[in-house]
Design a binder for this molecule. Structure first.
Ligand code: ADP
Ligand code: MG
Length: 360
């Protein structure tokens, strides 16, 4: 197993890239610690598969190096990297049985027959296919074939890393949860480095210890689910993580006070003078609806979503969503929203600004 370092990496699919816009991956440095369970989260087209394929060796980056431990593998073929990769759509050998498909990576490496039988049995249990081991893969549903692909990705115990590229896309929702739980169990058991690509925040947050958020060819933040929730380093993280995402309003900030259109908003800590487009961000969970003082709001909709409610409103500064805890009603006449000061983040040109005093 190995720590994976991306050193000064960038990739363009064009033969002669000119500006930054021509790069699917902008220049980056990034380290994946040995044994980490990572989710790589971001919207479609942000560069997740490009990054994964560079790590696995399916793609050679146009700039920079990939290191496994201290070894430069940038130009090493996939087979020499000792990794397993599971793709979005099934890759199975149709003429082989389920058992043969699962055993393939082990037989390929000359493992002894007793071990292969035992290991294939364990994996078959994990993916819920122990009773169809002797069926041919041909004729199985896409869902079942993808489970075989997942199983094949997990069958080797000696890999440097397992890379998953949106592996549950074709799996039915019920089984998704089950398989994700199995992947976590597998991680606990073998502590492989795992990188799990998804565009689904629920998948990312439940699978990973560390979530790496990508946006437009860049890693914009790596953090625990809690860190992404509390202190999004980029407005995109605030907006993309959470349901609904963070409220983001244009502001002028002076010391420990922000002025948005319609009100002054006290901040938990003071800030030095800022340049660029200044915004404040506050999650709906830290907004409350009141009357009297605060930012004037017109409630447009109240949605019941299981255990809590989402109040959607309009202010002079823009749309604001508020999450009401379970059982709390919208007071008649509530026409102001207030933000918990210590929960307001400040952004300049989309990046979070650290307060001038105190601990960020
Ligand atoms: P994601 O996996 O996050 O959806 P990708 O890594 O597949 O994103 O794509 C990142 C960007 O690179 C997109 O703009 C996509 O159109 C482009 N791209 C991906 N693969 C190729 C390719 N083989 N040739 C040219 N452009 C590509
Ligand atoms: Mg992709």
């Amino acid at each position: 197993m190995a720590r994976i370092t991306l050193d000064n990496l960038a990739h363009s699919y064009l033969p002669a890239p000119k500006g930054e816009a021509d790069y699917a991956l902008k220049q980056m440095d990034h380290v994946w610690e040995d044994g980490g369970a990572y989710a790589l989260l971001g919207p479609s087209g942000c560069g997740k598969s490009t990054l994964l394929n560079i790590i696995s060796g399916l793609l050679i980056p146009s700039q920079g190096r990939v290191l496994f431990g201290d070894q430069d593998v940038t130009r090493a073929p996939t087979a020499a990297r000792n990794i397993a990769q599971v793709f979005q759509f099934p890759v199975v050998y149709d003429t082989m049985t389920v058992r043969e498909n699962l055993a393939f990576p082990l037989r390929n490496r000359g493992m002894d027959a007793g071990y292969v039988t035992r290991r294939v049995g364990e994996i078959a249990e994990m993916i819920g296919m122990a009773d169809v081991l002797d069926r041919k893969a041909r004729g199985l549903t896409a869902d079942a074939k993808q489970k075989i692909s997942l199983g094949r990705g997990m069958v080797r115990e000696d890999v440097n890393a397992i890379l998953f590229d949106e592996p549950l896309t074709v799996i039915d929702p019920h089984m998704k949860f089950e398989l994700r739980t199995q992947l976590k169990a597998l991680h606990r058991q073998f502590a492989h480095t795992m990188i799990y690509v998804t565009h689904d925040q629920t998948e990312a947050l439940t699978f990973a210890d560390k979530v790496v958020v990508m946006y437009d060819g860049r890693v914009v933040q790596m953090g625990t689910p809690q860190e992404l929730f509390d202190t999004p380093e980029h407005t995109f993280v605030g907006y993309f993580i959470g349901s609904p995402g963070m409220n983001i309003l244009d502001a002028e900030v002076s010391g420990a006070m922000a002025r948005v259109k319609g009100a002054e908003v006290p901040l938990g800590l003071g800030y030095d003078a800022l340049t660029g487009r200044v915004q404040i961000g506050v999650r709906p969970e830290f907004c409350s609806l009141t009357s009297g003082a605060g930012l004037p709001i017109r409630v447009t909709r109240v949605e019941d979503v299981g255990r809590h409610r989402i109040v959607r409103g309009e202010t002079e500064a823009g749309a604001v969503n508020i999450t009401l805890p379970e059982g709390m009603a919208v007071e008649a006449g509530a026409d102001r929203v207030v933000f918990a000061p210590e929960r307001v983040n400040v952004y300049a040109d989309d990046w979070r600004v650290r307060p001038a005093r105190g601990v960020a």
